[in-house]
Design a protein around this ligand. Structure first.
Ligand SMILES: [Zn+2]
Length: 259
């Protein structure tokens, strides 16, 4: 079965540091291929304690959309778990260059544990097993950040990682399933951290018209506003299916999106 599981749905500093929600990122399984996206703090524990348990030694790859701690906190321990302590050289690590070179978040001694370290660049196609994917242009975020288009079947899936909104953004992510990192309820003018708000989501969803939109990576203002209430308002306004991810939520990628 192909699925994605939201190991954690927390975004930004306060929700992560207080663990108001878990911050583990996303596990994706397509056919026989398992890819972990953004293993934030708690990824390993949440995988092993989950029901059913997800076994990191079954991973074929780990992908960092960027190096910020809420996306990379557990990357080292996940590499160690994927490779069974480095005893089994396996898997591919995908990460932007600045996550590897400048103030790196991936420890150098662990890089030999994986079969390959692939540097993510703009507008480039990649593949890990049964998961072909591509990056779009660099996001507007403080560190090098990419969103991902997964060309999986039967439904294409796009993930918009952290960014400040920019006009080309909706056009870059045309997946039938669209996952958006929504840290803020309301936009903040000249926000230094550069995150998307619910207003930006409206702009994106109106243009892309995905069959299913999933919001995740919530900051404090989203948590206070109750994400499930925010999405029910959005559904009414947009006339499209929008759901709020919750910790542990699993989505069958083969399901009929009309359900
Ligand atoms: Zn983030």
């Amino acid at each position: 079965m192909s699925f994605i599981k939201f190991i954690g749905t927390a975004g930004a500093r306060f929700v992560v540091s207080k663990q108001l929600r878990s911050s583990g990122g996303v596990w994706m399984s397509v056919g026989e291929t398992n890819l972990y996206i953004d293993p934030g703090p708690g990824a390993l524990v949440r995988c092993l304690n989950g029901k059913p348990k997800l076994e990191p030694s079954a991973l074929d790859g780990i992908l960092l959309t960027h190096k910020h701690l809420d996306h990379s906190g557990d990357v080292n321990v996940m590499i160690e778990a994927m490779t069974e302590g480095g005893l089994k050289k396996r898997g591919v690590l995908f990460a932007p260059e600045d996550a590897l070179e400048e103030d790196p978040v991936v420890l150098r001694y662990l890089r030999n544990y994986v079969e390959e370290v692939v540097v993510l660049k703009e507008n480039t196609e990649y593949r890990i097993g049964e998961i072909p994917f591509s990056t779009a242009q660099k996001h507007r975020h403080r560190v090098e950040t990419y969103g991902i288009n997964f060309k999986v079947k039967p439904h294409s899936l796009s993930l918009i990682s952290d960014t400040k909104f920019f006009p080309e953004l909706p056009d870059l992510y045309r997946g039938e399933i669209l996952i958006i990192h929504v840290v803020r309820l309301k936009p903040v003018v000249d926000e230094p951290i550069e995150h998307l708000s619910v207003e930006d989501v409206k702009t994106i969803v109106k243009e892309v018209k995905p069959k299913l939109t999933i919001l995740t990576h919530f900051g404090m203002t989203m948590i206070r506003a109750k994400p499930w209430e925010v999405v029910s308002e959005l559904e009414k306004e947009l006339g499209l299916k929008v759901i709020a991810a919750s910790d542990g939520m699993k989505l069958d990628l083969e399901r009929d999106l009309k359900d």
